[in-house]
Design a protein around this ligand. Structure first.
Ligand SMILES: [Zn+2]
Length: 381
């Protein structure tokens, strides 16, 4: 790849250099490299980054209203790694592995659902926390057989999903996470049910530890990070200081620009940027990860910061810095190519709130090993 702006925050690299890939392996990164028999791809008007990582999506293609094709939000969106958030409980994990992960061109990782039912029920049902459908032994067996793809345990910490069980499922998830040495990915915000009392985020955070992830940090729904006066709950600051991670999780419901401004103004930064992509939000308001990154840029983050979130920070959040999040000589090519467009557009959040944006981010290629993928068309703003 010749002449692109290589932006690799993990290596503190932001320079116009070439990246040479031979037989699918990164062979050299530097100025004016000779092609040496490799195919030259002119990327001089583009940004070259480590393969982008989207840490929260719903990818059980064909399951209910949500399951999206991983390659639509993955290599079809300039993204090389996508992570499913809880579509599969332990009973479906082999199905997920065989039909989703193994059939995708994108690397597909997985947060296993605490509930046996997983995404089968949809997110709003208290049956998800039925104690008969939390089976530690079987989850443990499924995890041990699939450590290569499992990065954590997903739990919905909402009144709608926890129902009469209160915080008990969270307590069981905590114990399981400790036993299996896996982080918890915890959904906050009553985005799916309006008729149940919300769970207070402070109560949820008591069960979390350094390395666990709270997703939907900018939700406007009850159970979010802000109190009634728009101030961060004190427990949220404590949690952040203790090493609990915060993820965006845009989705249909949970990126609200006003909430984001208030949270950011009080100094709380996201650790990860993710789409919460599924079949119902691909055509808007989510579109893809580059568009979600550009929305954060409209909120004041720099290109380097959003690339850092979607590469090295995401790799850290997944516990995969050994092979993800940076461009490494001698490792298989895992690279994204993006176009930064200087133009005005209207960024829209999950509640149709609008923000003037001056820069757009558009996928150009996703590269994994010897394969180069072009984006799948989507009518993004
Ligand atoms: Zn989700």
């Amino acid at each position: 790849m010749q002449g692109g702006r290589v932006l690799d925050p993990a290596n503190d690299l932001d320079a116009h250099v070439d990246v040479r890939v031979r037989d699918g392996i990164v062979d050299s990164v530097g100025a004016d490299l000779a092609a040496g028999g490799t195919t030259v791809i002119d990327v001089k008007n583009f940004i070259v980054t480590p393969g982008l990582i989207d840490v929260h999506l719903h990818l059980m293609n064909g399951l209910g209203a949500f399951g999206a094709d991983p390659d639509v939000f993955g290599v079809g969106s300039g993204v090389t790694t996508v992570v499913d958030a809880g579509s599969a409980g332990h009973t479906l994990l082999n199905v997920f592995r065989n039909y989703v992960t193994n059939n995708a061109k994108t690397r597909v990782l997985n947060y296993i659902n605490l509930s046996t039912l997983g995404g089968v029920t949809g997110p709003g049902y208290s049956i998800l926390s039925d104690p008969r459908l939390i089976d530690e032994d079987k989850i443990e067996k499924a995890v041990e057989a699939n450590r290569d793809i499992i990065v954590g345990i997903k739990i919905m910490a909402t009144g709608g999903a926890l129902g009469s069980q209160g915080l008990k499922p969270l307590e069981r998830a905590r114990k399981l996470g400790d036993a299996l040495k896996l982080p918890l990915l915890v959904h906050i915000g009553e985005s799916w049910t309006k008729d149940t009392a919300p769970v207070h985020v402070g109560d949820v955070l008591r069960y979390l530890r350094a390395g666990d992830i709270v997703t939907h940090m900018f939700t406007v729904h009850p159970g979010g990070l802000l109190d009634g006066n728009g101030k961060l709950w004190p427990q949220v600051r404590d949690a952040k200081e203790s090493g609990i991670l915060m993820d965006v999780g845009h989705g249909l419901h949970n990126l609200n620009f006003d909430v984001a401004r208030k949270v950011l103004d009080q100094g709380l930064q996201p650790d990860g940027v993710s789409t919460d992509g599924h079949r119902g939000n691909r055509a808007g308001p989510v579109y893809d990860l580059p568009t979600t990154m550009a929305k954060l840029m409209a909120l004041g983050f720099s290109l380097r910061q959003v690339v850092e979130m979607a590469t090295v920070n995401a790799a850290r959040l997944l516990g995969r810095t050994n092979n993800l999040g940076s461009i490494r000589v001698g490792q298989p090519a895992d690279i994204s190519v993006l176009r930064l467009e200087e133009r005005e557009w209207e960024a829209v959040d999950s509640q149709k709130g609008a923000l003037r944006a001056r820069q757009a981010l558009v996928p150009v290629y996703a590269i994994r090993g010897q394969s180069l993928y072009e984006p799948i068309a989507v009518d993004r703003p």
